[in-house]
Design a protein around this ligand. Sequence first.
Ligand SMILES: NC(=O)c1ccc[n+]([C@@H]2O[C@H](COP(=O)([O-])OP(=O)(O)OC[C@H]3O[C@@H](n4cnc5c(N)ncnc54)[C@H](OP(=O)(O)O)[C@@H]3O)[C@@H](O)[C@H]2O)c1
Length: 718
Amino acid sequence: MRIGIAGLGTVGSCVYAILIEKGDEIEKRSGRKCIVSKVITRTHSKYEKLGIPSDLIAEDFEDLIINSDIVVETIGGTGAARTLIKQSLDLNRTVVTANKMLISEFGNEFTSSSPTKSLFFEAAVGGGIPIISLLEDYLIFHGIKRVRGILNGTTNFILSEMLRGMDYAEALEIAQKKGYAEADPSSDVKGYDAAYKLSVLMGVKTGIFPGISNIETTGIEEINKRDLERAASSDKKVKLIGTIDFEKGSAFVKPQEVERNDPLWSVDGVENAVEVETDLSGRFILRGEGAGAQPTATAIISDILRASRYAEKQNNSVVIMKFGGTSVDTPEKIRDIAERVQKKVISGVKPVVVVSAMGIETDILHDLAIEISSRPNGREMDMLLATGEQKSIALVAMAIQELGMKSISLSGNQARIKTDSNFSNARIVGIDADLISRHISNGYVPVVAGFQGSTYTGEITTLGRGGSDLTAVVLAKALGSQLCEIYKDVDGVYSADPRIVKDARPIKEISWEEMIELSKQGAQVLQSRASEFARKYDIKVLVKNAHTNARGTLIWRGSKVEQPIVRAVTSDQDIVKVVLQEVPDRPGIAARVLKTLTEQNVNIDMIIQSMRSGEFNTMAFTVQANDLAKLRQDILKARSEAREITIEREIAKISIVGVNLTATPAIAATLFETLANEGINIDMISASNSRISVVIDSKKVHLAVNAIHSAFNLEEIA
Ligand SMILES: NC(=O)c1ccc[n+]([C@@H]2O[C@H](COP(=O)([O-])OP(=O)(O)OC[C@H]3O[C@@H](n4cnc5c(N)ncnc54)[C@H](OP(=O)(O)O)[C@@H]3O)[C@@H](O)[C@H]2O)c1
């Protein structure tokens, strides 16, 4: 299990230290290997102080989440911690937290968005007292009638000191000096801390966290020495007690007098105690240290072990690592891949590697075939092309074995990737992942040939250009893996083409819709079929640099946002505009034009019909330049009854891609204004919620893309 720790304060640093120092012992006793895979905190000097190696330091929350199976939140508060937990659950991670305030107030939000058991918070209530495990596990089939207890060590310490003769202010000062009370003690002394804990316990029992506004709460500020003396004269003590009466449906925190025969009577100092009354087995009492680094960290570790049972089922630890042809074109690069794989294995991940053919091997094989036959037979062509990956998988497997790991190469056929018989552009129709799963369970790193499969009759097939991406995401789905890493020669998906915009930045996260739009606009990051597949099956893809440790771009369902976000600007100069001049203004003509284009298999992108002039309209649409050869202009001219068809080549399409772009006209207004300020005319416009495109003069592309990139501050927010 890979453990990511956010927050390295009192509790977080203790969790880190225990996992590092006692990792082997924990594994021996629990049978579970827990490896710290990433950490993050605000003050960077803490990393050095705790001796944390630089490759464990996460760049941001997403980097931590993606590289962990279990996320431990020890930041505290309800700001960043809430964001972290939401993102972690969204990304199907299991979360362990000690944050009572957050669970009390936002527990319902977390559990509603994550129906399976993914949130653990033992440390939030009793520090080292395992009250939640008692309720959730041991007493699971009991009816819980009542829970009452001393849930706040600070107030219990103050009341104990007051009983020894101190007044409230003196006792509080000592508590602060000893580190039992914070500089602002109000949450403790007003009873809110105990109320948060009651709210958490109610959530554990009922599934709904009521929050503290529904819990009647009185603190200890009004208690004076005389109250305690009066109680003592009748052999009683005053304690701040939180009570939930499930039968009556009531919950409250208030100072109460307890008698000598009450199990809470002898609980003094910073100790906590909880009494649980059940229908079947009477009363249970838990008593111990309710806070402090060690007890709280211990509760967190025990949650990690409980959580690992659930996290294992999610198979987050199987990660697909796909490397393209340029990453395997030399023995050095193949050895680099093996080292990357080794690092993953050490961090607790079970990698499945997918590789393409080395460098330009596929092109070489293709050219070779053309030398023999100008129209090679499809079956033989696929038989030939598939040998490219067979070479690279064997070499990568050997390199992994050289580092002392077990590895096995598998062709598409051996990996049981089943396709139809559409040679050179086959569709995957099924995959039997049992064999690969068995290899993984036996400790092997499977290295699978991308871009290929076989039919049910055993014919070798290939999947078309970029097909290794498809192999990778399909394997991720078949193996139940949540993450597919696609390694490239760049740091991720960029806010603009870096060859055009020097300030272009890798985008941290992007949704499937945006990625598909970007691919359509010419970004060659991921094969479009692979993108569609990943969207359909909710596979998260991380596009990373094969040669650096940059965090990469996460492509996934996307965070739910309401405000518009512009993420990238793209340009496409491989388009042409087809203009149908003087088309008769009659119903049905436009439909005829589109039908003709469909018959000719010509995909159009933007379409515009100008204002009617007399009895005629002008109709124009853009097509990809290489589709123009398919366009039979004579037929189109006849069917549309256009006077003439002209082709404009000096055009380019500029698009901004993002989320909710049409939610406000301000985005389009900024785009048009920016172009106007640069003196650039807009020829055509089209818009969807995730893209706004304009057609402009191709000579102005650099100017336009740079101006738009800076108008939307993409160099900062990417
Ligand atoms: N301490 C206890 O005895 C105890 C007992 C039970 C439960 N808890 C709960 O455990 C949690 C942590 O308590 P603690 O005592 O360990 O608190 P703490 O000492 O204040 O530690 C919080 C840590 O979070 C880091 N942090 C804050 N904001 C961050 C952000 N945006 N990104 C990354 N790191 C951030 C802080 O970094 P900097 O130091 O650099 O600011 C600090 O290292 C709280 O929810 C608390 O209620 C604590």
